[in-house]
Structures are given as C-alpha cells and as structure tokens.
Ligand binder design. Structure first.
Ligand SMILES: [Zn+2]
Length: 391
C-alpha cells in the first residue's frame, strides 16, 4: 500500500497512468479531487447469483417467474453491488443465461452512450462487469435443479458443456455434490462420478472454458480436483463423521493452483444445528488451506438468503479476515486474486496502467480496519462515475 498523493489518469475506460510523485495533472484534463481517501481497485465478488432474490424463495421464484420479472430483479441486484464498489461480479448460476442477457444490456448501453445516442451521466444504465457460468450442471432433483441445468450422465453433461459454450459463457459451473439450500439435497453426497467430472472438465477445457465445482463433500472435492477442476466453491470437506480436512487433496490444490471460493458463512441464531456444526471447522479448513498455499478467494454466494444481499462483500471480507490470513491478504483476495480467479487478472483487481478504470475510494484505512470499505466516497466503473460523495 502506498501512502501519499496518488493521481490516476484514465481514458476510454482504462487507466493510462498512476502517478505517486505528487505531480500536477496534465493540462486540459478534467480532475476530480477525492481528498483524504484510500483508493482501491473495484472489488470482485467471485461467487454471486444475480437471479436470486435474498428475500424471496429461490425455488418458487425460479419455477414461477418469467424472464422479464427475473431480469428486473437482476438489474437491481447488480446496481446494488456496483454502488457498494463491487465492480465485477462472477455469476455462478443463473437461469436461462439471464446473466449473459444482462451483460449484453450493459454493453449495448455503453456502446450507445459512446455513440452519444443516449445521455451519458450517473443515471445511465451502468452495471458491474459480469462474468457468467449460465445454469450450473446438476443431477435430476439435485442441488439447484430449478435453475434448469439438469444433466445426468457423461453424454448429457458433455452436451451441456457444449451448449454453454455456444451461449458464450465464461466458465462452467458444476454441482459436484449436493447443497444446503435445496430441499432434499445432501450436501455431503456426490452428484457425479469421477469419470463424469473428468469428461466435463476435459470438454470445457477443450473449448477454452475453466470449470469451477460446487463441493461440500470431501469425496466430491477430491474427485473434482483429480478431474482437473480449476476451482472449488465452498470446499467444506464434509465426511460421514463430520467436517475433516483432506491434506492430500489440499496439497494437490496448492500444487495445481486451484482456486477455492470461500463463501463467507457466519454462525447466527436460529441456524439448523447441522449447519452450525460445520461452520467452525469450515473456517479452520479455509485457514489451513491458505497456510498451505491454496489460492483462497473470499466471496459471498450473494442472493441465497436474507443475510446475503448483493452488496454484502465489504461486510463479508471483514469476517473472512478474522478467520483467514491478514487484512492485506483479505483485500487482495477480493481484488487481484479474485480477478485472477475470474480470468481477469490482466484487466481487473489492480490500480495499474492498462487495467480497467474500475475504482473504489473509501474514507479511512482498510488495511488497518476493513470497516473502512463501507465508508464509500466514490465508485468508478470503466472510468465513469457510479457515485461520489460530492453528488
Ligand atoms: Zn452459489
């Protein structure tokens, strides 16, 4: 972290220079002085669900609501994230490729603005960068079946990968095990065989797509890692006799550079006992993985319940830092490391020349106190003002 004057120059949505010498701005350049603030790259939430209404019943809404209704909600969710300084959202499970549709809307709007066909300004349709997996692959009646990604067996799963590639997804998400939020699903149980997982990762990699696997069960995690998955979401290590880290798999992940999406979960009153029992060892395992060199990315699973609004990342990362690593490593985990995990290491997650001008300015020093992340004084997306304290 640099202390002292910082001047960031941006043009056409990109950072063209970062000056730390206290130099005067070049002549004729429009300047915004943010005063005494900490400037960070915009945050990256590497595990979100824009289709999920935190206050709604996901299963019912995903079955009953039409695309227009769901899209209207997604616009609100995305705007809420962006307003909090989350300038990139990786959507790890939508319905009907609606996250890609939303991204198209933003892109069309940005192009129209560039042509001056529509008004530029803070009220324009400005959204976070969206990275999208489309509907996650799952078994019949399996975790998140209601998103429409059911694919049983090798042939159907490989066909599903190809279908996603045709739709233009950025990666493939597969539910390697059951999940907690789906009625009747067993989070510890595997949904795919090692051979099926291998067929999916091979098919995706041939198409240039990374794969991330949702996995709570230790067996499902080990199988997905052995199959060459690029990321594991949650990575809880559930076994029939409780949560237990599997060191061989952890070291294999560290060696392969596998990302772990550490979705932040906090103990709270009224939680089912079987979930509560997993939380303490879950965090012990995340910390263990981090110490053993696994690339642990702090992320949210935004949308899945009322505690997970789409702007929860700044709050979640403070909790994460109390469990895993340091404030500095936690900040890297929601910026540069998260960007790398999304395949955007060259354009997001750093305040550096050539990177997108996605910026977050906050009052205070987040390295000292991560609560500062919620004292937002400005957000920029591709060089355009999302909010400043002066407006
Ligand atoms: Zn999720």
């Amino acid at each position: 972290m640099h202390r002292g004057p910082v001047m960031v120059l941006a043009e056409h949505g990109r950072i063209t220079d970062v000056d730390l010498t206290g130099a005067n701005p070049p002549e004729g350049v429009a300047v915004t002085d943010l005063g005494d603030a900490t400037l960070l790259p915009g945050l990256v939430d590497a595990h979100s669900h824009l289709v999920f209404d935190p206050n709604g019943n996901a299963e019912r809404q995903m079955v009953d609501d039409d695309d227009a209704t769901v899209l209207a909600r997604m616009r609100e969710h995305a705007a809420r994230a962006l307003h909090a300084g989350i300038t990139t959202v990786r959507d790890l499970g939508d319905r009907g490729y609606l996250a890609l549709r939303l991204r198209e809307e933003y892109e069309e709007h940005a192009a129209a603005e560039a042509d001056a066909a529509v008004d530029a300004g803070p009220d324009g349709l400005l959204g976070p960068q969206i990275v999208a997996a489309g509907p996650p692959l799952t078994g019949s009646g399996g975790h998140c079946w209601y998103l429409g990604g059911v694919a049983d067996g090798t042939e159907a799963a490989v066909a599903a990968v190809r279908e996603r590639a045709r739709h233009g997804v950025d990666l493939v998400k597969i539910m390697a095990t059951g999940g907690m939020s789906t009625t009747g699903s067993n989070p510890g149980g595997s949904q795919y065989s090692p051979a099926e997982l291998r067929a999916v990762t091979d098919a995706a990699h041939r198409l240039g797509l990374p794969v991330t696997a949702h996995a709570h069960g230790a067996a499902g995690i080990a199988d997905a890692v052995a199959a060459g998955a690029d990321g594991i979401e949650h990575c809880t290590f559930m076994t029939p006799s409780g949560v237990k880290a599997d060191l061989a798999t952890i070291d294999a992940m560290a060696a392969a550079g596998t990302y772990v999406g550490a979705t932040v979960v906090k103990p709270r009153e009224g939680m089912p006992a079987e979930v509560l029992q997993t939380i303490e060892p879950y965090w012990e395992n995340q910390a263990l993985m981090w110490r053993r060199g696994v690339r642990v990315v702090c992320c949210t699973d935004a949308g899945i319940n009322a505690y997970k609004p789409h702007d929860v990342l700044p709050l979640d990362v403070a909790y994460f830092a109390g469990q895993v690593g340091t404030n500095s490593s936690a900040l890297a985990s929601v910026t540069s490391l998260a960007a790398e995990s999304c395949g955007l290491g060259a354009s997001k997650g750093r305040v550096a020349r050539g990177h997108d001008a996605d910026l977050l300015a906050v009052r205070g020093d987040p390295v000292h106190d991560l609560g500062a992340l919620r004292q937002v004084c400005a957000v920029y997306r591709a060089g355009r003002v999302v909010r400043t304290a002066f407006r």
